[in-house]
Design a protein around this ligand. Structure first.
Ligand code: ATP
Ligand code: MG
Length: 549
């Protein structure tokens, strides 16, 4: 796995070259989320790239919150991001806030003004946009572009002192209004916002724009390789311009890679926030959310997510990765680790008519048939048991080997049973099956009298405990056309079933995981589980069942 990541990784090759050419001595990378939402699986890809590359070459990685927009940011997000990064197993060198650098950034903006490379502009946002031109036409210079250095110093100082309203003035870099790169057409570098900031409170009312702040943050921290997603490729000349013109001591190198996109998944904090705000999900950690918190609550392991991120590799071309690939790594991780257990998620009661009333028999069943060291567990058998509704059919098609009237099946770990009678309620729904068992066929007894084709699971009513099972489908029907994603919500993304599980699950805690025989991998939900009732989230079925469109 790891070797695949290493060979397909062009960023790694750049780093190797830079070290060989002594361009840098130590590699320093950073993971720079904006605290305006929870981390999603796309961020995991970025984390893996930044942390694993630094680690491989004996370097360091900073966790830096890019908190330059007080309107959208919140400490809740800061805390969740730290928790998620830790949970994934990454160890940062420093935690830093971009807002820690507001003073230096302000000074650097002043520095550009003094160099004649920056000016205060009174145009409105609309006008700035109009004046900027487009790819065919050059932009038009702002009428405020030739203000004197003194006037700019005075106005910018007064902007900082709170003398103007939001949007009344901005500070812009003076670069080139006819550049073929739109980002170079006198971009805005500071704006006014009278919004309290989660870190700096009311100290500032001018805030640096991302394009100005980011290269300075990188340079201040001595970041050697500033790894970001492809949409910033066109911003690189501007990035380099700010580092150069602000005369920063350290010169970081920006490298872009392709974003992760997953099938049937929207992947931007803005869109995920809409799902939370519209109550389509029950919070950022809803098990259907592609957030790290959602995957954790659903039962995914850090290993499965990291192995997935390594396997998808790092490339320059955008692509859509199949969600099933993530499930593959989950199964690969859990299969050897997980205890097996039986549960019935949609029960039909079965009466074993020839079994003694009140008798309870103990049976022993292996925890993992591929791994003897996991031992056996005790289950029970009695006159009243439950099987899953899916394992019975009144009018079975040919080659149906599970239970139907007149047919015999094997109960996993117990006996052969044969169905003789079907009991229905007044609406015709099957509510009870009357079966007989054959005492000769006890599991492990070496019985070889006859064979049956179907093996189904069961739980015994005398010992099993009630449990809730939450089964998921993709939240979004078609994640690719995501402009209208709120219209593409899958109404069946959550199915809640009330059933029973072996008492071996008694006392399970949030996040405990099991492979439930034939149903898949499940994890105990930390939020809904109570003293009286276990609630399980299905992490993934045993084999992929979801058909891609
Ligand atoms: P979003 O649109 O979800 O808010 P963003 O790009 O604004 O994402 P930030 O929180 O600002 O995300 O970014 C933190 C880092 O994670 C950035 O370097 C960003 O490029 C990277 N990142 C974000 N989304 C993805 C993705 N889908 N695949 C890979 N990297 C991503
Ligand atoms: Mg963003």
């Amino acid at each position: 796995m790891e070797s695949e990541f290493k060979t397909s990784n062009f960023i790694r090759n750049i780093i190797i070259d830079d070290l060989k050419n002594k361009k840098y001595e130590t590699i320093i990378t950073r993971f720079p989320p904006e605290p305006n939402g929870y981390l999603h699986i796309g961020h995991a890809k970025s984390l893996e790239i930044n942390f694993s590359l630094a680690e491989e070459f004996g370097g360091k990685t900073n966790l830096r919150f890019d908190d330059t927009n007080p309107l959208k940011e919140d400490v809740e997000y800061v805390n969740s991001i730290e928790e998620d990064v830790k949970w994934l197993g990454y160890k940062w060198d420093k935690v830093i806030f971009a807002s820690d650098y507001f003073e230096i950034m302000y000074e650097k903006a002043m520095f550009l003004i003094k160099k004649g490379l920056s000016f205060v502009c009174d145009l409105t946002g609309e006008e700035i946009k109009k004046f900027r031109g487009n790819l065919q036409e050059p932009g038009v210079e702002s009428p405020y572009r030739n203000r004197s250095v003194e006037e700019n110093i005075d106005l910018f100082t007064r902007m900082k002192n709170g003398e103007f309203k939001d949007g009344e003035k901005v500070l812009r870099a003076k670069i080139d209004m006819s550049s073929s790169n739109m980002n170079m057409r006198d971009p805005v570098i500071y704006r006014i916002s009278h919004t309290p900031h989660h870190n700096t409170g009311e100290k500032w009312c001018v805030y640096p724009m991302y394009d100005f702040a980011h290269p300075l943050e990188d340079a201040i921290e001595g970041i050697t390789h500033s790894i970001c997603t492809l949409e910033f490729e066109d911003h690189r000349p501007l990035y380099d311009w700010f580092v150069r013109e602000c005369e920063m001591e350290n010169v970081p190198r920006q490298i872009e890679f392709a974003r992760l996109n997953l099938t049937n998944t929207v992947m931007s904090k803005r869109k995920l926030k809409a799902l939370v705000d519209e109550n389509i999900v029950d919070g950022w950690d809803d098990p259907r959310m592609p957030t790290i918190a959602g995957f954790r609550r659903r039962g995914f392991t850090p290993e499965s997510i990291r192995n997935f991120c390594r396997a998808i590799g790092v490339a320059k071309a955008n692509s859509l990765v199949d969600y099933q690939m993530l499930e593959h790594f989950l199964r690969e991780d859990l299969n050897p680790k997980c205890k097996r257990i039986m549960a019935v998620i949609d029960p039909i009661k079965v009466v074993i008519t020839n079994y003694e009333e009140g008798k309870v028999e103990e049976l022993f069943i292996e925890n993992n048939k591929d791994d003897e060291s996991m031992g056996t567990r005790r289950i029970t058998f009695s006159k009243y048991i439950y099987i899953d509704r899916d394992d019975f059919m009144e009018n079975p098609p040919p080659k149906y080997f599970r239970l139907f009237k007149g047919n015999e099946v094997r109960l996993k770990g117990a006996y052969f049973i044969k169905c003789n009678e079907v009991i229905k309620d007044e609406n015709g729904k099957v509510i009870e099956l009357h079966c007989t068992y054959d005492p000769e066929t006890k599991s492990g007894s070496g019985f070889s009298g006859r064979k049956v084709k179907g093996t189904i699971h069961f739980v015994d009513s005398s010992s099993s405990i009630p449990a809730q099972f939450r089964l998921f489908e993709p939240l979004i029907l078609d994640g690719s056309s995501d402009s209208d994603f709120l219209k593409n919500i899958n109404e069946n993304s959550l199915r809640i079933c009330e059933g029973f599980i072996e008492d071996n699950a008694k006392g399970s805690k949030g996040f405990d995981k099991y492979q439930i025989f034939r149903h898949g991998y499940f994890s105990v939900d930390p939020k809904y589980t109570t003293q009286d009732k276990l609630v399980f989230n299905r992490i993934a079925s045993l084999k992929s069942s979801f058909k891609l469109k």
